[in-house]
Each structure stands twice: as structure tokens, then as C-alpha cells.
Design a protein around this ligand. Sequence first.
Ligand code: ADP
Ligand code: ADP
Length: 212
Amino acid sequence: NPRLAADGLTFRYDAGTPLIEGWAAEFAAGEVVAVTGPSGRGKSTMLYLLGLMLRPTAGRVLVDGEPFHGRADADRARLRAARFGFVFQDAALDHSRTVLDNILESTLYRRGDRRADTERAHRLMDRFGVGLRANAKPGQVSGGQAQRIALCRALLGDPDIVLADEPTGNLDPDSSDVVIDAFHERAAAGATVVVVTHDPALVQRCDRNIRL
Ligand code: ADP
Ligand code: ADP
């Protein structure tokens, strides 16, 4: 079974023509896949569907061949926390908490060792060049830093499904390379990585490209 699959996926926000209709795709363990397409085409929506955050109008999302949309919300939340790392387009950090606490938030639903998680968070922050911002509030960091902090949060739990929405949109080429390297590292460890992007350099470094 592919790690993640969309099977006849159809979605509409309200009455009218579906934004996504009968979409099928498979994402294997070990690959980094770019999803491209014109603005407004439904790329972010598709990522929310794959991330089990939106319920499809019809069709299914399968994780290791198993459909999860029928499950109780708590089951889906548990699955998401254990296996998914999601990078929102606007970073979506909690402005009332520090950068470090934002990153650690992704571990709240896992039984983990807080001290080990904190050490790992610091290593990730250093790697992404935001190590000095651990105690800042998200309102005090730049857009590019917020994006890299969101990446740390998504990657902290070693998710085997990484879904990233324009993760390099605010980054310079060097920082983008660090991000892409991290995605390939996750894939080499058995994850599947799906990246919505407009960045040609990023598309170039993905294993394949799905155009919507
Ligand atoms: P893309 O990521 O390709 O730019 P989106 O998935 O963000 O596309 O949006 C696709 C379309 O769906 C857009 O026309 C957008 O306005 C619409 N849309 C997005 N979110 C909502 C929502 N919550 N309610 C209604 N329409 C939405
Ligand atoms: P980046 O490459 O991360 O986007 P910038 O050139 O935008 O960096 O920002 C440079 C520095 O200015 C950052 O280290 C950040 O701390 C600070 N900075 C940028 N934007 C803001 C902001 N909106 N509020 C506070 N500090 C900011």
C-alpha cells in the first residue's frame, strides 16, 4: 500500500461546482512530491483533505491503505498527532506562547519525554537558523523565521507523513535548501512528503511533480 492515497476525492466548500472532483493520487514512503498549479486551484484545500482536517464531499483518504475519514474525531486527532507533520502556509503559530512552546505543542498528544523533546527542538531550531529565537514570541520574529519555526514544529515528532504548504515562500535560497534537505532526510527514513509550492527551485529538487 502507498503511505498516503487519495481515492476519488471530491470536495466543495458550498453548493456549486466542486473545487476538486474525483481526484486520485498515491504517495509512497520514501518520496518527496511537489504539488503545483495556479493560485486558487485548490492546492491548500487538497492538503487539508490529505491531512484529515477537512472531510471530503466524496471519496476517501487512505493511510497505509486504511481509510480514516469514517473514524471518530478523537481517532483522527490521535493519528494526526502520531504520524502527520503539517506546515501551514501562514505558519499559524500561537502568538500567546513562546517559539519553543509552539514547537513542543506538536508533542502534547504523544507520550514523550519532555526533556528529550526540548533538546530535539533546540537541535531543529539550530539547524533551521532560529535557535536564538526560542524564548521570543511569534509576534517578534520575521516571516521567514516564523516559517522555519513552523517547520520545526511539524518535524519534531519525526512524522512519517509530512504535508507542507508553500514552506519556502518567505525563505532565501540557502534557507530553502536546508528545508528541502530536511524533507529528503525524512523521506529517506521512510516518510512520504507532499509539498505545495510555486518555487521552481523546490520543484526541481522534488522526486516528482503533480500538477493540479
Ligand atoms: P490554492 O491553494 O490552489 O491557491 P485554495 O485551496 O486555497 O487554492 O483555494 C481554492 C478555492 O477555494 C479558492 O477560490 C478559495 O477562495 C476557495 N476557498 C478556500 N477556502 C475556503 C473556505 N474556507 N470557504 C469557502 N471557499 C474557500
Ligand atoms: P528573514 O530572512 O527571516 O525573513 P528578515 O530580513 O525579515 O529575516 O528579518 C531580519 C531580522 O529582523 C530577523 O532576525 C528578525 O528578528 C527581525 N524582524 C523581522 N521582521 C520582524 C518583525 N515583524 N517583528 C520583529 N522583528 C522582526
